[in-house]
Design a protein around this ligand. Structure first.
Ligand code: NAD
Ligand code: MG
Length: 388
């Protein structure tokens, strides 16, 4: 029996992880955490028979303590850290959104605990240091992101030295094919054509920043240079990624888009369990299509590639600025095209030397967020002809 601690259990990945664990005879939930949604967290704890949970938000933790549940509720980032150690998990599934996931990733790896990683921001922000920590303690990182799960499975089947290039597929998001994105609304941006996900990653998919973050994630997970990782737009989202081999072969991983498949592989791999996911009926599907990403209409992908290639803490700056810009877009204070504009300005103004300690990353993240917050007004104003 393997004990799994789910960080971010009330989110899209967290809920699907619980579903996978309920279908697994050899997995058990040993702890749950969320930001502020305490009602759902307590419900999950009751049904999974968990006796300790943690809430990042201290007020929510207080409300949960007064709700008549017999278990223990820890509070704040400190509470999440304590739970990672105290619940003695065999695997930590990190499904927190944003750079808030980095601290818990560091704690899990430091403790030598295997990490099933959905929180791609941990690798975007902390790439070199996070992978070095994983190597130092021997704690494995298993990717949950569907593209990286696909790549991981494809690469694992090949001997060293034969993989030439990685190819990440991108759905293209709801605005694929459009060139003028100045008037898109929050509702349009939140309507992803193929995947149902949390708000932040859905907006990242609409700007193509998600694919940029995944490019950086792939670079760190598989130690492949950026000039050997391609992105191709594949609107059906049925091919999850591909690898090109030295003999001219290309291997692909296919399946209906359902995150329970990569979540399950991260928890069970290389074993597999039965999941209620239909097989592909290729004749019924008829055709799979592909196109180049349009980095003029979607500059976030270019900005991420440039930040990755620049190295140092540039990806940390990119990520922090993006988180602030996406939050501003979601609350209606920044237009869609303001997202790459804010990110670009912050990348130009915040120094990004290499990080030597994790503390450098937290400082850089904070500075880039402050810079981004300061840029929001100027960018929103210019994007609306000065109307805001
Ligand atoms: P979500 O917004 O649905 O859920 C996020 C979870 O994290 C919630 O439980 C929330 O309470 C918790 N959380 C938020 N802020 C927190 C904080 N500051 N401290 C502690 N907990 C916090 O997000 P999601 O779509 O499930 O995505 C989670 C992660 O998985 C992201 O990094 C995303 O990029 C990645 N991912 C998601 C999908 C998907 O299909 N949803 C696919 C691939 C990768
Ligand atoms: Mg993905």
């Amino acid at each position: 029996m393997k004990d799994v601690l789910i960080l971010g259990s009330t989110g899209s990945i967290g809920e699907q992880a619980i579903d996978v664990i309920e279908r697994s005879s050899d997995l058990r939930v040993c702890g749950l955490t969320a930001d502020s949604g305490w009602e759902r967290l307590i419900e999950q704890a009751r049904s999974a028979n968990v006796d300790t949970v943690a809430l990042a938000d201290a007020e929510a933790a207080e409300a949960a303590r007064n709700a008549g549940w017999s278990g223990q509720v820890l509070a704040g980032e400190e509470g999440i850290r304590t739970l990672i150690v105290a619940s003695e998990p065999d695997v930590v599934l990190n499904a927190i959104v944003g750079s808030a996931g980095l601290g818990p990733t560091i704690v899990a790896l430091t403790e030598g605990i295997e990490l099933a990683l959905a929180n791609k921001e941990s690798l975007v922000v902390g790439g070199e240091l996070v992978t070095a920590l994983s190597e130092a303690t021997g704690a494995r990182i298993s990717p949950v992101d569907s593209e990286h799960s696909a790549l991981h499975q494809l690469i694992a089947s090949e001997p060293p030295g034969v993989v030439d290039r990685l190819v990440l597929t991108a759905s293209g998001g709801p605005f694929r094919g459009r060139t003028d994105l100045s008037d898109v609304t929050r509702e349009e941006a939140l309507a992803h054509p193929t995947w149902e996900m949390g708000g932040k990653i859905t907006i990242d998919s609409a700007t193509l920043m998600n694919k940029g973050l995944e490019l950086i994630e792939a670079h760190h997970l598989f130690a492949v240079p950026y000039d050997r990782i391609d992105v191709v737009v594949h609107p059906q989202s049925l091919i999850h990624s591909l690898i090109n081999l030295v003999d001219g072969s290309t291997l692909a991983h296919l399946g209906h888009p359902d995150m329970r498949v990569p979540i399950s592989y991260a928890l069970h791999g290389p074993d597999r369990i039965d999941l209620p996911v239909e097989h592909l009926d290729l004749a019924a599907i008829g055709s799979l299509t592909f196109e180049e990403p349009d980095t003029d209409a979607f500059p976030c992908l270019r900005l991420a590639r440039e930040a990755g290639a620049a190295g140092g803490m540039a990806p940390c700056v990119l990520n922090a600025a993006n988180e602030v810009a996406v939050a501003a877009f979601l609350d209606g204070s920044l237009p869609f095209t303001g997202i790459p504009a804010v990110v670009e300005r912050v990348l130009e103004s915040v120094p990004a030397p290499p990080a030597t300690h994790f503390e450098d990353l937290f400082d850089c993240d904070r500075e880039a967020r402050e810079r981004a917050a300061a840029e929001l007004g100027a960018v929103a104003g210019s994007a609306n002809g000065g109307a805001l």
